[in-house]
Ligand binder design. Structure first.
Ligand code: ZN
Length: 163
């Protein structure tokens, strides 16, 4: 069976930054393949497209530009915030990753500059503007169940778990 919309695909991946070869994320390190319902926008567009038509055992590298990945950096996404929003304001250093509680939920930001009473943070996705290499190996492809189609996600190992 080939990967197509409404199939459930499992795959291992090693994600590296194309510019410096550093590993950003790896399902192999976690020891569990990622399982998703294809065609529902659960992956960045470049990976969703790159999986189409593949079968179990296929191994390939996708080179994904920001357009098909996490988007371009938005320089207006740098914000100046009062230090009172930061639990450890006095220990903050440039380059630190900090999770802030916002009205939209927790958001990871990167510290750009620490001033006397304010902190400048970059709210871009950490992979915005980055070209990525996805080394992918397909480990399973199957038809989605009625329940998975209704829920809009994959169930079982590597997928969504209900409690
Ligand atoms: Zn479900």
């Amino acid at each position: 069976m080939q990967v197509a919309a409404n199939t459930v695909v499992s795959f291992h991946y090693v994600l590296t930054d194309a510019a410096n070869g550093e590993t950003v994320d790896s399902s192999r390190e976690r020891g569990e393949a990622l399982t998703i319902l294809a065609g529902r926008g659960q992956l960045i567009p470049g990976v969703e497209k790159g999986l189409e038509g593949k079968v179990v055992g296929d191994r390939f590298v996708l080179v994904i530009t920001p357009e098909d990945g996490y988007g371009h950096r938005n320089e207006e996404a740098v914000q100046r915030l009062s230090k009172k929003f930061f639990p450890n304001a006095d220990r903050l250093r440039e380059g630190d990753a900090v999770v802030l509680q916002t009205k939209y939920g927790p958001q990871q930001v990167r510290v750009v500059k620490v001033g006397g009473s304010v902190v400048d943070v970059d709210t871009n996705h950490p992979l915005a503007g980055v070209t990525l290499n996805f080394d992918i190996e397909i480990t399973d492809v199957r038809a989605a169940t009625e329940e998975e189609l209704a829920h809009g996600h994959a169930h079982g190992p590597g997928g969504h778990h209900h409690h």
